[in-house]
Write a protein that binds this ligand. Structure first.
Ligand code: ADP
Length: 518
Protein backbone atom coordinates (compact mmCIF):
# COMPACT_ATOMS: atom_id res chain seq x y z
CA UNK A 1 0.00 0.00 0.00
CA UNK A 2 2.92 2.31 0.61
CA UNK A 3 3.74 2.16 -3.10
CA UNK A 4 0.22 3.31 -3.74
CA UNK A 5 0.72 6.13 -1.24
CA UNK A 6 3.90 7.07 -3.08
CA UNK A 7 1.99 7.23 -6.35
CA UNK A 8 -0.75 9.34 -4.84
CA UNK A 9 1.81 11.70 -3.42
CA UNK A 10 2.73 12.51 -6.98
CA UNK A 11 -0.72 12.25 -8.53
CA UNK A 12 -2.71 14.13 -5.94
CA UNK A 13 -0.20 16.54 -4.43
CA UNK A 14 2.38 16.71 -7.17
CA UNK A 15 5.28 16.00 -4.79
CA UNK A 16 8.11 13.66 -5.70
CA UNK A 17 9.30 12.41 -2.35
CA UNK A 18 8.10 12.11 1.20
CA UNK A 19 9.57 14.42 3.76
CA UNK A 20 11.38 13.07 6.77
CA UNK A 21 8.99 10.96 8.83
CA UNK A 22 6.06 11.10 6.43
CA UNK A 23 6.68 7.72 4.76
CA UNK A 24 7.05 5.87 8.08
CA UNK A 25 4.02 7.54 9.63
CA UNK A 26 1.86 6.75 6.61
CA UNK A 27 2.90 3.11 6.35
CA UNK A 28 2.33 2.69 10.11
CA UNK A 29 -1.18 4.07 9.82
CA UNK A 30 -1.95 1.97 6.79
CA UNK A 31 -1.01 -1.07 8.89
CA UNK A 32 -3.32 0.08 11.66
CA UNK A 33 -0.72 1.18 14.19
CA UNK A 34 -1.38 4.06 16.58
CA UNK A 35 0.94 6.96 16.00
CA UNK A 36 2.30 9.85 17.99
CA UNK A 37 4.11 12.24 15.72
CA UNK A 38 5.95 15.34 16.75
CA UNK A 39 6.66 17.22 13.59
CA UNK A 40 7.89 20.77 13.40
CA UNK A 41 5.51 23.42 12.10
CA UNK A 42 5.54 23.23 8.35
CA UNK A 43 6.87 19.67 8.53
CA UNK A 44 3.93 18.40 6.53
CA UNK A 45 1.75 16.60 9.01
CA UNK A 46 -1.53 17.06 7.10
CA UNK A 47 -0.34 14.74 4.39
CA UNK A 48 0.46 12.08 7.00
CA UNK A 49 -3.20 11.50 7.73
CA UNK A 50 -4.74 12.71 4.48
CA UNK A 51 -3.00 10.10 2.33
CA UNK A 52 -3.98 7.12 4.52
CA UNK A 53 -7.49 8.58 4.72
CA UNK A 54 -7.71 8.50 0.93
CA UNK A 55 -6.40 4.94 0.74
CA UNK A 56 -8.28 3.28 3.58
CA UNK A 57 -11.94 2.33 3.32
CA UNK A 58 -14.29 4.55 5.31
CA UNK A 59 -14.03 8.10 6.59
CA UNK A 60 -11.19 9.54 8.62
CA UNK A 61 -12.13 11.79 11.52
CA UNK A 62 -9.75 14.66 12.00
CA UNK A 63 -10.02 16.48 15.29
CA UNK A 64 -8.80 20.00 15.07
CA UNK A 65 -9.26 22.91 17.43
CA UNK A 66 -9.55 25.80 15.04
CA UNK A 67 -12.41 26.56 12.77
CA UNK A 68 -10.41 28.59 10.27
CA UNK A 69 -7.96 25.72 9.93
CA UNK A 70 -10.74 23.29 9.08
CA UNK A 71 -12.20 25.38 6.35
CA UNK A 72 -8.77 25.94 4.79
CA UNK A 73 -7.99 22.25 4.83
CA UNK A 74 -11.35 21.20 3.46
CA UNK A 75 -11.08 23.79 0.69
CA UNK A 76 -7.55 22.65 -0.12
CA UNK A 77 -8.67 19.02 -0.25
CA UNK A 78 -11.53 20.01 -2.51
CA UNK A 79 -9.01 21.57 -4.90
CA UNK A 80 -7.11 18.28 -4.87
CA UNK A 81 -10.30 16.46 -5.76
CA UNK A 82 -10.77 14.80 -2.38
CA UNK A 83 -14.19 14.96 -0.76
CA UNK A 84 -14.04 16.31 2.76
CA UNK A 85 -16.25 18.27 5.13
CA UNK A 86 -16.21 19.76 8.57
CA UNK A 87 -18.44 20.00 11.60
CA UNK A 88 -18.10 22.98 13.86
CA UNK A 89 -20.09 25.80 15.38
CA UNK A 90 -19.77 27.96 12.26
CA UNK A 91 -22.29 25.81 10.36
CA UNK A 92 -25.98 26.57 10.42
CA UNK A 93 -28.33 23.81 11.49
CA UNK A 94 -29.35 22.80 7.97
CA UNK A 95 -25.76 22.52 6.70
CA UNK A 96 -24.82 20.65 9.84
CA UNK A 97 -27.54 18.08 9.21
CA UNK A 98 -26.50 17.80 5.57
CA UNK A 99 -22.94 17.04 6.50
CA UNK A 100 -24.09 14.42 9.00
CA UNK A 101 -26.36 12.80 6.43
CA UNK A 102 -23.70 12.73 3.74
CA UNK A 103 -21.12 11.40 6.17
CA UNK A 104 -23.44 8.53 7.02
CA UNK A 105 -23.72 7.81 3.29
CA UNK A 106 -19.96 7.59 3.12
CA UNK A 107 -19.53 10.61 0.86
CA UNK A 108 -16.44 11.97 2.58
CA UNK A 109 -12.94 10.58 2.88
CA UNK A 110 -12.20 13.04 5.67
CA UNK A 111 -14.42 14.70 8.23
CA UNK A 112 -12.90 17.51 10.31
CA UNK A 113 -14.48 17.93 13.71
CA UNK A 114 -14.02 20.47 16.48
CA UNK A 115 -13.29 18.73 19.79
CA UNK A 116 -16.36 20.27 21.44
CA UNK A 117 -18.52 18.37 18.96
CA UNK A 118 -17.33 14.99 20.23
CA UNK A 119 -19.05 15.46 23.52
CA UNK A 120 -22.64 14.45 23.11
CA UNK A 121 -24.84 11.47 22.61
CA UNK A 122 -25.90 12.69 19.19
CA UNK A 123 -22.38 12.64 17.92
CA UNK A 124 -21.81 9.24 19.46
CA UNK A 125 -24.80 7.64 17.86
CA UNK A 126 -23.82 9.25 14.61
CA UNK A 127 -20.27 7.93 14.69
CA UNK A 128 -21.53 4.51 15.73
CA UNK A 129 -23.06 4.20 12.27
CA UNK A 130 -19.96 5.37 10.47
CA UNK A 131 -17.09 3.37 9.18
CA UNK A 132 -14.16 5.29 10.62
CA UNK A 133 -10.88 4.57 8.84
CA UNK A 134 -8.66 6.42 11.28
CA UNK A 135 -8.76 9.18 13.85
CA UNK A 136 -6.25 11.96 13.48
CA UNK A 137 -5.85 14.39 16.34
CA UNK A 138 -4.24 17.66 15.48
CA UNK A 139 -2.60 19.92 18.08
CA UNK A 140 -2.61 16.91 20.39
CA UNK A 141 -0.70 18.80 23.10
CA UNK A 142 -4.08 20.40 23.94
CA UNK A 143 -4.93 17.19 25.81
CA UNK A 144 -2.13 17.71 28.33
CA UNK A 145 -2.30 19.80 31.46
CA UNK A 146 1.44 20.24 31.05
CA UNK A 147 1.10 21.64 27.58
CA UNK A 148 0.81 25.32 26.88
CA UNK A 149 -2.70 25.17 25.51
CA UNK A 150 -4.70 22.71 27.57
CA UNK A 151 -8.29 22.32 26.42
CA UNK A 152 -10.69 20.32 28.56
CA UNK A 153 -12.69 19.24 25.50
CA UNK A 154 -9.68 17.21 24.41
CA UNK A 155 -10.14 15.08 27.50
CA UNK A 156 -13.50 13.95 26.11
CA UNK A 157 -11.66 12.60 23.12
CA UNK A 158 -10.09 9.71 24.95
CA UNK A 159 -13.46 8.73 26.41
CA UNK A 160 -15.11 8.87 23.04
CA UNK A 161 -12.35 6.83 21.39
CA UNK A 162 -12.49 4.35 24.24
CA UNK A 163 -16.20 3.73 23.63
CA UNK A 164 -15.88 3.12 19.89
CA UNK A 165 -16.54 -0.40 18.64
CA UNK A 166 -13.81 -1.57 16.28
CA UNK A 167 -11.51 1.16 17.39
CA UNK A 168 -9.61 2.46 14.35
CA UNK A 169 -5.95 3.52 14.49
CA UNK A 170 -5.40 6.82 16.25
CA UNK A 171 -2.76 9.29 15.17
CA UNK A 172 -1.86 12.23 17.40
CA UNK A 173 0.09 15.14 15.96
CA UNK A 174 1.72 18.13 17.50
CA UNK A 175 4.52 20.48 16.65
CA UNK A 176 5.40 21.34 20.17
CA UNK A 177 5.78 18.88 22.97
CA UNK A 178 8.34 18.62 25.70
CA UNK A 179 9.18 15.01 26.66
CA UNK A 180 6.72 15.08 29.58
CA UNK A 181 3.93 16.38 27.34
CA UNK A 182 4.65 13.63 24.80
CA UNK A 183 4.22 10.98 27.48
CA UNK A 184 1.10 12.68 28.75
CA UNK A 185 -0.47 12.71 25.27
CA UNK A 186 0.11 8.97 24.91
CA UNK A 187 -1.39 8.31 28.36
CA UNK A 188 -4.35 10.65 28.06
CA UNK A 189 -5.39 9.45 24.62
CA UNK A 190 -4.72 5.86 25.70
CA UNK A 191 -2.71 5.18 22.58
CA UNK A 192 -1.95 1.51 22.09
CA UNK A 193 1.76 0.86 21.66
CA UNK A 194 2.08 3.86 19.40
CA UNK A 195 4.83 4.40 16.91
CA UNK A 196 6.44 7.57 18.17
CA UNK A 197 8.05 9.83 15.61
CA UNK A 198 10.07 12.83 16.53
CA UNK A 199 11.49 14.30 13.38
CA UNK A 200 13.57 16.96 14.98
CA UNK A 201 12.68 20.38 16.21
CA UNK A 202 15.54 22.22 14.61
CA UNK A 203 14.26 24.33 11.75
CA UNK A 204 17.61 25.08 10.24
CA UNK A 205 16.27 27.54 7.67
CA UNK A 206 15.31 29.93 10.46
CA UNK A 207 17.69 32.58 11.77
CA UNK A 208 16.61 33.49 15.27
CA UNK A 209 17.45 36.73 16.99
CA UNK A 210 16.62 38.63 20.13
CA UNK A 211 16.63 42.41 20.02
CA UNK A 212 16.63 44.30 23.27
CA UNK A 213 17.16 47.84 24.50
CA UNK A 214 16.15 49.57 21.27
CA UNK A 215 13.43 51.93 20.15
CA UNK A 216 11.00 49.33 18.83
CA UNK A 217 9.29 51.59 16.30
CA UNK A 218 12.53 52.78 14.81
CA UNK A 219 13.86 49.25 14.69
CA UNK A 220 10.76 48.00 12.91
CA UNK A 221 10.78 50.82 10.41
CA UNK A 222 14.41 50.17 9.46
CA UNK A 223 13.88 46.43 9.46
CA UNK A 224 10.93 46.61 7.07
CA UNK A 225 12.68 49.15 4.86
CA UNK A 226 15.52 46.69 4.36
CA UNK A 227 13.07 43.99 3.37
CA UNK A 228 10.84 45.99 1.08
CA UNK A 229 9.93 43.06 -1.16
CA UNK A 230 9.35 40.50 1.56
CA UNK A 231 6.26 39.26 3.28
CA UNK A 232 6.11 38.80 7.03
CA UNK A 233 4.10 38.69 10.24
CA UNK A 234 4.38 40.95 13.27
CA UNK A 235 2.93 39.43 16.40
CA UNK A 236 1.76 41.65 19.23
CA UNK A 237 0.58 40.57 22.67
CA UNK A 238 -2.64 42.61 22.65
CA UNK A 239 -5.30 43.67 20.16
CA UNK A 240 -4.68 47.30 20.99
CA UNK A 241 -1.05 47.01 20.02
CA UNK A 242 -1.93 45.19 16.83
CA UNK A 243 -4.12 48.17 15.91
CA UNK A 244 -1.45 50.69 16.82
CA UNK A 245 1.42 49.01 15.03
CA UNK A 246 -0.71 48.44 11.96
CA UNK A 247 -1.69 52.11 11.90
CA UNK A 248 1.91 53.22 12.28
CA UNK A 249 3.00 51.02 9.39
CA UNK A 250 0.16 52.15 7.18
CA UNK A 251 1.09 55.78 7.87
CA UNK A 252 4.64 54.95 6.81
CA UNK A 253 3.27 53.73 3.52
CA UNK A 254 3.88 50.05 4.24
CA UNK A 255 1.23 47.69 2.96
CA UNK A 256 -0.03 46.19 6.22
CA UNK A 257 -3.16 44.47 7.46
CA UNK A 258 -4.35 43.41 10.88
CA UNK A 259 -5.84 40.32 12.40
CA UNK A 260 -7.05 39.79 15.94
CA UNK A 261 -9.92 38.33 17.91
CA UNK A 262 -11.70 41.67 18.22
CA UNK A 263 -12.43 41.86 14.49
CA UNK A 264 -15.45 40.32 12.84
CA UNK A 265 -15.20 37.01 10.99
CA UNK A 266 -15.52 38.69 7.64
CA UNK A 267 -12.83 41.25 8.32
CA UNK A 268 -10.46 38.55 9.52
CA UNK A 269 -11.13 36.28 6.58
CA UNK A 270 -10.50 39.18 4.22
CA UNK A 271 -7.24 40.13 5.87
CA UNK A 272 -6.09 36.52 5.74
CA UNK A 273 -6.88 36.22 2.05
CA UNK A 274 -5.14 39.51 1.23
CA UNK A 275 -2.07 38.33 3.04
CA UNK A 276 -2.12 34.89 1.52
CA UNK A 277 -2.20 36.29 -2.00
CA UNK A 278 0.46 38.91 -1.28
CA UNK A 279 -1.95 41.82 -1.61
CA UNK A 280 -0.70 43.01 1.73
CA UNK A 281 2.90 42.54 2.66
CA UNK A 282 2.88 42.64 6.42
CA UNK A 283 0.30 41.18 8.75
CA UNK A 284 0.13 42.66 12.23
CA UNK A 285 -1.65 40.19 14.44
CA UNK A 286 -2.23 38.71 17.83
CA UNK A 287 -1.86 34.98 18.36
CA UNK A 288 -5.40 34.62 16.98
CA UNK A 289 -3.70 34.60 13.60
CA UNK A 290 -1.83 31.68 12.34
CA UNK A 291 -2.90 28.20 13.34
CA UNK A 292 -3.27 26.67 9.98
CA UNK A 293 -2.27 29.56 7.76
CA UNK A 294 -0.30 27.86 5.10
CA UNK A 295 1.54 30.67 3.40
CA UNK A 296 4.85 29.29 2.26
CA UNK A 297 6.77 32.51 1.59
CA UNK A 298 6.60 34.25 4.95
CA UNK A 299 10.17 35.55 5.13
CA UNK A 300 10.11 36.98 8.64
CA UNK A 301 8.16 36.82 11.85
CA UNK A 302 8.79 39.66 14.26
CA UNK A 303 7.48 39.47 17.81
CA UNK A 304 6.72 42.95 19.02
CA UNK A 305 6.47 41.47 22.49
CA UNK A 306 7.47 38.13 23.88
CA UNK A 307 4.73 35.50 24.07
CA UNK A 308 4.04 33.62 27.28
CA UNK A 309 5.96 30.44 26.55
CA UNK A 310 8.58 28.88 24.30
CA UNK A 311 6.02 26.58 22.68
CA UNK A 312 3.95 29.51 21.47
CA UNK A 313 7.01 31.42 20.43
CA UNK A 314 8.41 28.61 18.33
CA UNK A 315 5.04 27.83 16.85
CA UNK A 316 4.44 31.44 15.84
CA UNK A 317 8.01 32.11 14.74
CA UNK A 318 7.85 28.84 12.82
CA UNK A 319 5.28 30.31 10.45
CA UNK A 320 8.26 31.82 8.71
CA UNK A 321 9.95 29.79 6.03
CA UNK A 322 7.45 27.02 5.54
CA UNK A 323 8.81 26.67 2.02
CA UNK A 324 12.21 25.79 3.45
CA UNK A 325 13.85 29.01 2.28
CA UNK A 326 16.01 31.08 4.62
CA UNK A 327 13.81 33.16 6.90
CA UNK A 328 14.13 35.27 10.01
CA UNK A 329 12.51 35.26 13.43
CA UNK A 330 13.05 38.31 15.57
CA UNK A 331 12.00 38.60 19.18
CA UNK A 332 11.87 42.09 20.60
CA UNK A 333 12.37 41.84 24.31
CA UNK A 334 11.83 44.41 27.02
CA UNK A 335 11.64 43.40 30.68
CA UNK A 336 8.26 45.07 31.17
CA UNK A 337 6.82 42.66 28.59
CA UNK A 338 7.25 39.92 31.19
CA UNK A 339 4.82 41.82 33.39
CA UNK A 340 2.26 41.99 30.60
CA UNK A 341 2.43 38.23 30.16
CA UNK A 342 2.30 37.65 33.89
CA UNK A 343 -0.82 39.80 34.03
CA UNK A 344 -2.41 37.85 31.18
CA UNK A 345 -1.69 34.57 32.96
CA UNK A 346 -3.00 35.81 36.29
CA UNK A 347 -6.13 37.20 34.75
CA UNK A 348 -6.74 34.24 32.46
CA UNK A 349 -6.04 31.29 34.76
CA UNK A 350 -7.99 30.56 37.88
CA UNK A 351 -6.69 27.06 38.57
CA UNK A 352 -3.60 27.54 40.78
CA UNK A 353 -1.83 24.48 39.38
CA UNK A 354 -2.27 25.67 35.79
CA UNK A 355 -1.14 29.10 36.79
CA UNK A 356 2.07 27.77 38.27
CA UNK A 357 2.78 25.74 35.16
CA UNK A 358 2.23 28.78 32.97
CA UNK A 359 4.32 31.08 35.12
CA UNK A 360 7.19 28.63 34.87
CA UNK A 361 6.82 28.53 31.13
CA UNK A 362 6.93 32.31 31.14
CA UNK A 363 10.22 32.26 33.05
CA UNK A 364 11.73 29.90 30.51
CA UNK A 365 10.64 32.26 27.75
CA UNK A 366 12.33 35.07 29.63
CA UNK A 367 15.52 33.02 29.84
CA UNK A 368 15.39 32.60 26.07
CA UNK A 369 15.44 36.37 25.76
CA UNK A 370 18.52 36.62 27.90
CA UNK A 371 20.56 33.55 27.11
CA UNK A 372 23.90 33.76 25.35
CA UNK A 373 23.65 30.21 24.06
CA UNK A 374 22.77 29.43 20.47
CA UNK A 375 19.07 30.31 20.33
CA UNK A 376 18.16 27.30 18.25
CA UNK A 377 19.96 25.02 20.69
CA UNK A 378 18.10 26.66 23.55
CA UNK A 379 14.75 25.91 21.95
CA UNK A 380 15.43 22.37 20.82
CA UNK A 381 16.92 21.41 24.16
CA UNK A 382 13.75 22.71 25.79
CA UNK A 383 11.90 20.17 23.68
CA UNK A 384 14.24 17.48 24.89
CA UNK A 385 16.57 17.26 21.93
CA UNK A 386 20.26 17.27 22.75
CA UNK A 387 23.23 17.14 20.36
CA UNK A 388 21.95 19.69 17.88
CA UNK A 389 24.92 21.70 16.63
CA UNK A 390 24.97 25.47 17.12
CA UNK A 391 23.11 27.05 14.23
CA UNK A 392 25.85 29.55 13.42
CA UNK A 393 23.40 32.24 12.37
CA UNK A 394 21.31 33.30 15.36
CA UNK A 395 22.02 36.60 17.04
CA UNK A 396 24.02 34.84 19.73
CA UNK A 397 26.09 32.73 17.35
CA UNK A 398 26.84 35.88 15.34
CA UNK A 399 27.63 38.05 18.34
CA UNK A 400 31.30 38.96 17.93
CA UNK A 401 31.50 41.10 21.01
CA UNK A 402 34.20 40.39 23.50
CA UNK A 403 33.42 38.18 26.45
CA UNK A 404 34.16 39.55 29.89
CA UNK A 405 35.38 37.34 32.68
CA UNK A 406 32.61 37.59 35.27
CA UNK A 407 33.72 34.67 37.42
CA UNK A 408 34.20 36.78 40.54
CA UNK A 409 30.79 38.40 40.25
CA UNK A 410 29.23 35.01 39.56
CA UNK A 411 30.80 33.54 42.69
CA UNK A 412 29.49 36.41 44.78
CA UNK A 413 25.98 35.95 43.46
CA UNK A 414 26.03 32.18 43.66
CA UNK A 415 27.38 32.04 47.18
CA UNK A 416 24.72 34.49 48.30
CA UNK A 417 21.96 32.46 46.70
CA UNK A 418 23.48 29.30 48.23
CA UNK A 419 23.28 30.83 51.70
CA UNK A 420 19.63 31.77 51.25
CA UNK A 421 18.98 28.01 50.99
CA UNK A 422 16.14 28.23 48.54
CA UNK A 423 13.90 30.22 50.89
CA UNK A 424 13.68 33.46 48.92
CA UNK A 425 13.08 34.77 45.44
CA UNK A 426 15.35 36.65 43.07
CA UNK A 427 14.23 40.02 44.37
CA UNK A 428 15.27 39.26 47.97
CA UNK A 429 18.57 37.79 46.82
CA UNK A 430 19.24 41.01 44.89
CA UNK A 431 18.50 43.09 47.95
CA UNK A 432 20.88 41.03 50.07
CA UNK A 433 23.65 41.43 47.49
CA UNK A 434 22.89 45.13 47.32
CA UNK A 435 23.06 45.47 51.10
CA UNK A 436 19.54 46.81 51.36
CA UNK A 437 18.27 48.05 54.74
CA UNK A 438 14.71 47.12 53.87
CA UNK A 439 12.57 45.97 56.76
CA UNK A 440 12.12 42.40 55.52
CA UNK A 441 15.87 41.95 55.11
CA UNK A 442 16.49 43.02 58.68
CA UNK A 443 13.55 40.99 60.01
CA UNK A 444 14.99 37.81 58.55
CA UNK A 445 18.46 38.76 59.77
CA UNK A 446 19.77 38.57 56.21
CA UNK A 447 22.04 41.55 56.86
CA UNK A 448 24.14 39.22 58.99
CA UNK A 449 24.99 36.92 56.09
CA UNK A 450 28.61 37.04 54.97
CA UNK A 451 27.40 37.70 51.44
CA UNK A 452 25.36 40.76 52.45
CA UNK A 453 26.27 43.77 50.31
CA UNK A 454 28.81 41.91 48.15
CA UNK A 455 27.57 43.77 45.03
CA UNK A 456 26.70 47.04 46.76
CA UNK A 457 28.30 49.10 43.97
CA UNK A 458 25.80 47.81 41.40
CA UNK A 459 22.34 49.25 40.83
CA UNK A 460 19.84 46.79 42.26
CA UNK A 461 18.17 46.40 38.88
CA UNK A 462 21.49 45.27 37.43
CA UNK A 463 21.94 42.72 40.20
CA UNK A 464 18.48 41.30 39.52
CA UNK A 465 19.33 41.10 35.88
CA UNK A 466 22.63 39.38 36.68
CA UNK A 467 20.81 36.77 38.77
CA UNK A 468 18.35 36.12 35.95
CA UNK A 469 21.24 35.77 33.56
CA UNK A 470 22.79 33.14 35.84
CA UNK A 471 19.44 31.32 35.82
CA UNK A 472 19.23 31.55 32.02
CA UNK A 473 22.71 30.09 31.74
CA UNK A 474 21.78 27.20 34.02
CA UNK A 475 23.82 28.06 37.16
CA UNK A 476 20.73 28.57 39.26
CA UNK A 477 17.10 27.65 39.01
CA UNK A 478 13.82 29.15 40.03
CA UNK A 479 11.32 26.91 41.79
CA UNK A 480 7.80 26.25 40.68
CA UNK A 481 5.03 27.78 42.70
CA UNK A 482 3.22 31.01 43.15
CA UNK A 483 6.14 32.48 45.11
CA UNK A 484 9.11 31.22 43.13
CA UNK A 485 12.35 30.89 45.03
CA UNK A 486 15.85 30.75 43.65
CA UNK A 487 18.44 28.08 44.42
CA UNK A 488 21.70 26.73 43.04
CA UNK A 489 21.87 24.24 40.19
CA UNK A 490 24.59 21.59 39.98
CA UNK A 491 26.44 23.78 37.47
CA UNK A 492 27.11 26.32 40.22
CA UNK A 493 29.46 24.03 42.11
CA UNK A 494 32.49 24.12 39.81
CA UNK A 495 32.18 27.91 39.67
CA UNK A 496 32.14 28.18 43.46
CA UNK A 497 35.05 25.75 43.68
CA UNK A 498 36.99 27.87 41.23
CA UNK A 499 37.40 25.19 38.54
CA UNK A 500 35.16 26.87 35.96
CA UNK A 501 35.08 30.49 34.80
CA UNK A 502 32.02 32.46 33.77
CA UNK A 503 32.09 34.76 30.75
CA UNK A 504 29.53 37.23 29.62
CA UNK A 505 29.31 39.23 26.42
CA UNK A 506 30.48 42.80 26.71
CA UNK A 507 27.56 43.94 24.57
CA UNK A 508 25.14 42.56 27.12
CA UNK A 509 26.97 44.00 30.11
CA UNK A 510 27.61 47.38 28.46
CA UNK A 511 24.00 47.79 27.47
CA UNK A 512 23.05 47.14 31.02
CA UNK A 513 25.46 49.75 32.27
CA UNK A 514 24.08 52.37 29.92
CA UNK A 515 20.72 51.61 31.50
CA UNK A 516 19.11 50.73 28.19
CA UNK A 517 18.43 47.06 28.64
CA UNK A 518 17.62 45.34 31.85
P1 ADP B 1 2.13 21.33 9.22
O1 ADP B 1 2.97 20.20 9.70
O2 ADP B 1 2.58 22.64 9.80
O3 ADP B 1 0.65 21.08 9.37
P2 ADP B 1 1.52 21.18 6.45
O4 ADP B 1 0.94 19.84 6.47
O5 ADP B 1 0.59 22.34 6.32
O6 ADP B 1 2.45 21.41 7.71
O7 ADP B 1 2.63 21.25 5.32
C1 ADP B 1 3.47 22.36 5.16
C2 ADP B 1 3.79 22.58 3.70
O8 ADP B 1 4.65 21.57 3.20
C3 ADP B 1 2.57 22.57 2.81
O9 ADP B 1 2.68 23.64 1.90
C4 ADP B 1 2.64 21.23 2.12
O10 ADP B 1 2.01 21.25 0.87
C5 ADP B 1 4.15 21.03 2.00
N1 ADP B 1 4.53 19.60 1.94
C6 ADP B 1 4.11 18.63 2.75
N2 ADP B 1 4.65 17.44 2.43
C7 ADP B 1 5.46 17.66 1.35
C8 ADP B 1 6.31 16.83 0.54
N3 ADP B 1 6.44 15.53 0.77
N4 ADP B 1 6.98 17.43 -0.46
C9 ADP B 1 6.86 18.76 -0.68
N5 ADP B 1 6.07 19.59 0.03
C10 ADP B 1 5.38 19.06 1.05
Amino acid sequence: MIEQAQRMLKQVYGFDTFRKGQGDIISGLLEGTDTLAILPTGGGKSLCYQLPAMLLPGTAIVVSPLISLMKDQVDALGRLGVSAAYLNSSLDAATYRDVIRQTAQGVYKLLYVAPERLDGTMFESFTAQMHISLIAIDEAHCVSQWGHDFRPSYRQLANWIGRLDNRPPVAAFTATATPEVTQDIADMLRLREPNVFVTGFARTNLSLSVVTGTDKRKFLRDYLAQRADQSGIIYTATRKEAEEVCDTLTRLGISAGKYHGGLGDKERAEAQELFRFDDIRVMVATNAFGMGIDKPNVRFVVHWQMPGDVESYYQEAGRAGRDGEESECVLMFEPQDVQVQRFLIERGTTDPERRTIQLNKLYTMMHYSRTERCLLQFIVSYFGEADVPACGKCSNCLDQSEKLDMTEEARKALSCVGRLKGRFGVSMASKVLKGSREKRILEFGLDRLSTYGLLRDWPEKEITDWLYWLVAEGYMRISEGEYPTVSLAAEALPVLEGTVSVFRRRSMSAKRRAGEGA
